[in-house]
Design a protein around this ligand. Structure first.
Ligand SMILES: Cc1cc2nc3c(=O)[nH]c(=O)nc-3n(C[C@H](O)[C@H](O)[C@H](O)COP(=O)(O)OP(=O)(O)OC[C@H]3O[C@@H](n4cnc5c(N)ncnc54)[C@H](O)[C@@H]3O)c2cc1C
Length: 298
């Protein structure tokens, strides 16, 4: 397991700016995430300070990426699938390809997750048997039958986790997943059929699959794309904003309620703007650096 002083989760403008500030302060810094998944990648920017003419978001990202590397930040373009608190205030971070890293401080710059809908009426089942977060909700499905569907390692990981709680776990791949072999030797039953419709009037009772097949389940977990902030952060006990429970709560130094964990950018709430993401990335980077300095001197 490689160790860093600071690990930054997210390679959008907030994460890269935090990387620039921490690396320039000579910390050992690792940035995890894919710039191409940043909201900025699709944007044409006309309202960012210092650019009189329109600039493409992807151009800014590429420049920020190179700039962070130039100052010594390492970047691994993989999604994070698990976070854990270790002894002595350190943190463990696991990526989709099974790499593990340890850090003394974390900066969360994961943006906001855009939810893709798979089924019509999907929203009406949320909290009534449909979940997007295995780590948050697995406990509620003790002894029950569940189906997990997804397109990557986060979904495989979710299916394996659920075997510790549910009486039966089906896994429905939504595309070819090279690592699906990982489920061999587990009790997960793979069903290679396209899911068509959720069955159940008030709550989830089952799932219709292509080929006129159907399964009876009380829980459905959808894991599409990278793990969103809420799913990832659940095991750490990070406090969310008390009104919407959709953003990480931070103080004026971008510190969360957990010592050593900072957050910046869209993940801390609106306005979803590049200038805010970059400004908060700067503050989070400086605060994480100050935190480490104080920790070392005690
Ligand atoms: C179409 C569009 C147009 C926009 N136009 C403007 C504009 O004109 N002006 C303006 O100011 N703003 C605009 N924005 C908003 C701006 O792009 C965002 O506010 C900004 O990108 C937020 O930065 P961020 O770093 O917080 O999040 P993001 O840029 O979304 O970056 C999040 C990062 O986290 C990573 N990540 C997510 N999950 C994981 C995981 N599990 N493991 C590891 N990494 C993960 C992603 O891969 C990505 O690298 C626009 C956004 C969009 C979508």
């Amino acid at each position: 397991m490689r160790e860093y002083e600071i690990i930054i989760l997210g390679a959008g403008p907030a994460g890269l700016q935090a990387g620039i500030h921490t690396a320039r302060r000579k910390h050992q810094v690792l940035i995890l995430g894919k710039s191409q998944s940043s909201a900025l990648f699709q944007a044409h920017i006309e309202n960012y300070f210092g650019f009189r003419d329109k600039v493409e978001g992807k151009e800014l990202l590429l420049a920020g990426f190179e700039q962070a590397k130039k100052f010594g930040a390492e970047i691994v373009e993989e999604d994070v699938i698990r976070l854990e608190k270790l002894e002595n205030g350190a943190f463990l971070v696991e990526t989709e390809k099974g790499k593990t890293f340890k850090a003394q401080a974390l900066i969360l710059a994961l943006g906001v997750k855009k939810k893709k809908r798979l089924f019509k009426n999907e929203d009406s089942y949320v909290g009534k048997g449909l979940s997007y977060c295995v780590d948050c909700d697995a406990w509620f499905y003790r002894g029950k039958r569940v189906a997990v569907m997804g397109d990557g390692s986060a979904a495989l990981h979710g299916a394996k986790t659920l075997t510790k709680f549910a009486s039966l776990v089906y896994f429905i791949p939504l595309k070819d997943i090279p690592d699906i072999e990982e489920l061999k030797g587990t009790s997960v039953e793979v069903l290679p059929y396209k899911p068509l419709e959720i069955i159940g009037e008030e709550e989830v009772k089952g799932l219709k699959l292509e080929g006129e097949k159907a399964i009876e389940v009380e829980g459905i977990f959808i894991e599409i794309g990278a793990k969103g902030p809420l799913e990832l952060l659940a095991p750490l006990g990070i406090e969310l904003d008390p009104e919407t429970f959709t953003h990480v709560k931070v103080d004026s130094k971008m510190a969360t309620n957990i010592p050593g964990i900072f957050a910046c950018g869209d993940i801390t709430g609106p306005p979803y703007q590049l200038a805010k993401a970059v400004g908060e990335g700067c503050i989070a980077g400086i605060s994480a650096s100050d935190y480490l300095k104080a920790k070392k001197s005690t």
